[in-house]
Write a protein that binds this ligand. Sequence first.
Ligand code: NAD
Ligand code: MG
Length: 395
Amino acid sequence: MQKMVILGATGSIGASTLSVIEQNPEAYKAFALVAHKSVDKMLDLCIKHNPSIAHMVDPQAAAELQRRLPPHMAIAVSSGEDELAAIVALPEVDCVMAAIVGAAGLPATLAAVKAGKRVLLANKESLVMSGRLFIDAMQGSNAKVLPVDSEHNAIFQCLPEPAQQAIGACDLAGAGISHILLTGSGGPFLSSDLDSLSQMTPDQACKHPNWSMGRKISVDSASMMNKGLEYIEARWLFNATKDQLKVVVHPQSVIHSMVQYKDGSVLAQMGNPDMRTPIAHCMAYPQRISAGVEPLDFFKVGQLSFLKPDFNRFPCLKLAIDACEQGQEATTVLNAANEVSVEAFLASKIRFTDIARVNEYCLSHVEQRSLDTIEDILALDSLARCAAQERVAKL
Ligand code: NAD
Ligand code: MG
């Protein structure tokens, strides 16, 4: 029985993970559920999955959960950052699903990596911020990091086994790989009139044509910042150079990414756009388990199409590719600025097209210093957030 900690249990990835656990109750157990402050959702999850621990980052939410849990349930309720780092490192924990959204996920994800756990990585922002430090921590502890993000999971599945075993330090050229082809749907605004983009509402941006996801990543998909963050994520996970990484727009989201070999072969991983597939793959790797996902019906899919990304329509993608080339200071600033600008857009404080403006402003105005420790990263993250907030206030 694999005991799992689910960071971000009340979110979209959390729900998909719990659904895969329900499909395989003999092999997996939700040992600890972790969320921010949504007590109603956490209470429902506790009653359904009966974890040993329920952790709410917000102390008031934890106190309310404690009051509302049925007295006969033996669930330990906790709160606090240090307590969370201790939970992921408990000896009985086999596997940690890292699915808190944004930079907030970094400390707990890194704690799981440092504790040498099997870490299923959905929280791409933590890798975008901490890059080298994350990979070094992983190598230092022998943690097994498996990519949940559907593109990275697809790439992983298309790699030869020695490269799969060398996550963070793959020798792509040595494995005969010429390119990683990162696919992305292009989101809901792929063919909208360019002039209409500034008028798009948060609900329109969150209406993804293929995937159902949390609101932050949905907006990132509409701006293709998500693909930019994934480009940076791929750079670290697969030790890829700029020349080895390409973005391909593929509106149907049937191919979840591809690996191109020097002999002309291209391997693709396909399936219905349902996160339970990559989650189940990571949970069971190298075995396979049921995920509850409908089999792909090629006759329903009909056609697959491919386009070059348009940087004029998607300036955030270009900012991310350039930041990746510049280095970890730039990617940390971009990630922080983007979290602030997306939140401001979701709160209807700025327009959709202002997201890229705020991000670009921060990249060119925040003083970038060298990042040797997690504290350095968090300090730069705060600086960039302040700059982004000031910029948002002026728009
Ligand atoms: P979501 O908004 O649906 O859920 C976010 C979860 O994080 C919630 O459980 C929330 O309680 C928790 N959380 C938020 N702030 C927190 C804080 N300060 N401390 C602790 N917990 C906090 O998000 P999601 O769509 O499930 O995405 C989660 C992560 O997975 C993101 O990093 C996203 O980029 C990544 N991801 C998601 C998908 C997807 O299909 N949803 C696909 C690939 C990658
Ligand atoms: Mg993805």
